[in-house]
Design a protein around this ligand. Structure first.
Ligand SMILES: [Mn+2]
Length: 417
């Protein structure tokens, strides 16, 4: 840049809004997480660039210090080259109803080790004949969490957590939980744009040393999370624990045609993913062919029930971090009927939670998701058996228990390397 800046027609990014100011400084925001503080002089300069013009027209021959400031404004996206307005991007929207009443995230720096909830109300990649409805998942899970606000201990100020009768201890004790809200898709925009924006949001959380917990959404959102993790790790090896009634390895009929039923195929293509274990798959299933030497195992509920618990505890690698993705349909349909593709003979809720704890053990979990929670029970049979409202409420409660388990796993201190 430098002197070439003089002849470009520049204008203030039209997405920026002034949010506050003082006699000496102004504050501008483009989305909830980017706040710019500008001196009054710089703000005065910007106010002259609401309409595009060149710096030479505006200032003649500015000194190098002024040019450096202008270059920086361009780099930060505050000033941009004249042209068609860049396509709008999905942006995180803070919500009134937050998981367990956790604080919202408005762009302040995240503390390392914080667990950050991100809702992805997205089901554009649920192809027919499967019913859509996973976009309602984040709201359903947050609603189910409402009776369980996280209270701080009067003595220490740390979160007390929720007492679990089976474990005889409080889950989520001491957790630093933040709810970043939802990333709503933009109507009519390509699904790939959405997944890219989701990946960027998750990447920002990971780069801060925090751990995202993604509320899907259909299962395609896991691809965005893996993308974020791979980049945040600089390509380091990663294992996947995939809890699901299905192997999600349906054929990809068209190159690049990702959907919720083949997401594991897309994930298996990543060279950074070096270990995949699928838990809960049953019935008749495709196995991903993309693995080429990557250890892969699919363990049905029958196999899991027959397995020696110590064998399960030793199954995952101990030298790599894991991503845990849970499709709610891993649970038996009597436990979680509000999902898209029901499969009989599934896992019990206690069984699934116990499996997660056993298999993860002391291993590091960098991020996780829960997908395919629908806002309603599809189909007549379940509608009559449970009633639409009751079936969704039951599913929400089951999903919330899984979320608490995942938060507890994510909140553990990083094991010493
Ligand atoms: Mn799935």
């Amino acid at each position: 840049m430098g002197r070439s800046t003089l002849t470009r027609r520049l204008q203030v990014n039209p997405d920026l809004r002034r949010v506050a100011g003082s006699a000496t400084h102004a504050f501008l925001r483009s989305d909830p997480r980017r706040l710019f503080e500008l001196t009054a002089d710089t703000f005065e300069l910007l106010s002259q660039l609401r309409e595009p013009q060149t710096i030479a027209e505006l200032l003649g021959e500015p000194d190098d210090a002024t040019l450096a400031i202008i270059d920086e404004l361009v780099e930060l996206g505050i000033l941009q080259a004249e042209g068609p307005r860049s396509a709008p991007k999905p942006a995180l929207r803070p919500l009134g109803q937050r998981l367990c009443g956790a604080p919202a995230w408005l762009g302040e720096p995240l503390r390392a080790g914080a667990v950050v909830i991100v809702g992805a109300p997205f089901d554009d990649l649920t192809p027919a004949p499967h019913p859509r409805g996973a976009a309602s998942g984040p709201a359903l899970v947050r609603r189910a969490s409402a009776p369980f606000p996280l209270e701080p201990s009067l003595r220490t100020g740390a979160v007390i957590g929720l007492y679990d009768i089976d474990l005889g201890r409080n889950l989520m004790a001491g957790v630093d939980l933040v709810d970043a809200g939802d990333l709503p898709p933009l109507a009519g925009a390509p699904a790939s744009d959405y997944l890219q924006a989701l990946s960027a949001e998750l990447r920002a959380i990971l780069d801060a040393g925090a751990r995202p917990l993604l509320l899907g959404g259909d299962h395609s959102v896991s691809a965005a999370a893996i993308d974020a993790l791979v980049h945040a790790q600089g390509g380091g090896p990663l294992g996947i624990l995939h809890v699901d009634a299905h192997t999600d390895a349906a054929p990809i009929r068209w190159p690049g045609e990702l959907h919720h039923g083949n997401v594991l195929r897309a994930i298996a293509r990543r060279p950074e993913v070096v270990d995949i274990t699928c838990v809960g798959a049953r019935g008749f299933q495709d196995i991903p062919e993309e693995l080429e030497g990557t250890p892969y195992r699919a363990l049905s509920p029958n196999i899991l029930r027959a397995a020696d618990p110590s064998a399960l505890a030793g199954l995952l690698r101990e030298d790599i971090p894991y991503y845990v993705t849970v499709d709610i349909d891993a649970l038996d349909p009597t436990v979680a009927p509000a999902t898209g593709v029901l499969e009989p003979d599934g896992l019990g809720l206690g069984e699934l939670r116990h499996l997660l704890r056993t298999m993860i053990g002391a291993r590091e979990v960098l991020a996780a998701d829960l997908c395919e929670v629908h806002g309603e029970v599809h189909g007549q049979v379940h509608g009559q058996v449970h009633g639409q409202g009751a079936g969704a409420e039951l599913t929400g409660k089951a999903a919330f228990q899984v979320i608490v388990e995942l938060i507890d796993l994510l909140a553990r201190p990083t094991p010493a390397a």
